[in-house]
Design a protein around this ligand. Structure first.
Ligand SMILES: Cc1cc2nc3c(=O)[nH]c(=O)nc-3n(C[C@H](O)[C@H](O)[C@H](O)COP(=O)(O)O)c2cc1C
Length: 203
């Protein structure tokens, strides 16, 4: 099956947080005019477990000005292993940390239903409050993919397996580079040099 057509589905880029935890998602959708949204979270993600317990989450909308390290930290590392907020500026809203890193603003939500969907759970939630903070351009998944040259980890719904190319994974941030690497290659997400890249078993 040609999966590359799936890249033509448009998405935004978000950080979903609950209490002291959170991860990158591209799956926020407004599903009704009566202020209902859905997000899709991998069943193994720590953020999924926290939101099931807390029943509330906050989605921050990433802009093109947002530091790409937010994406490497929140999208490729797990709160099981690190404190993701350690190096970033945040505010606490109703017990939940919200990043202040050039986001457009945030949407506070309360979970009203959860539907299992294969590897993911779909959380249906009611919007409780919203705040617009900046008038920047929202980052789309296409911009992340084509301008920042970012990819999706295996737990993201947009993950596309490609086994016919050389694949190298950054051992600092998890960024995946496809194809051969020049000697002066640096990671576009966290800036480390080529020595930090390990050839993936898929490559
Ligand atoms: C561009 C991008 C989009 C992502 N979209 C989702 C998503 O919609 N749902 C999801 O569960 N994970 C998504 N992820 C993956 C999670 O952010 C990632 O697995 C994270 O490490 C989970 O952290 P946690 O274990 O602390 O929850 C995405 C990652 C990236 C980089």
């Amino acid at each position: 099956m040609m999966k590359s057509i799936l890249r033509d589905i448009t998405y935004g880029m978000y950080v979903v947080t609950s209490k002291n935890f959170g991860c990158i998602i591209n799956t926020l959708t407004q599903v009704s005019s009566s202020a209902l949204v859905t997000i899709s979270l991998n069943k193994d993600n720590y953020t999924n477990k926290v939101i099931k317990e807390n029943k509330k989450f906050i989605v921050s909308i990433i802009s093109e000005k947002t530091n790409p390290n937010i994406i490497s930290t929140f999208g490729f590392r797990s709160s099981k292993d690190i404190d993701k907020f350690e190096n970033f500026d945040y505010t606490i809203i109703d017990d939940t940390k919200v990043l202040n890193e050039n986001m457009l603003g945030y949407i506070e939500c309360e979970v009203i239903d959860i539907i299992g969907a294969d590897t993911h759970d779909i959380f249906i939630a009611k919007i409780l409050n919203t705040k617009k903070e900046n008038d920047y351009t929202p980052m789309t998944y296409k911009y992340y993919h084509e301008v920042i040259k970012g990819t999706s980890p295996i737990k993201a719904p947009t993950y596309i397996e490609e086994t016919d190319e050389e694949i190298y994974v950054c051992d600092v941030c998890g960024y995946v580079h496809k194809g051969t690497m020049s000697d002066d290659f640096v990671c576009p997400i966290c800036g480390v040099d080529k020595s930090h890249f390990k050839r993936s078993i898929n490559g």
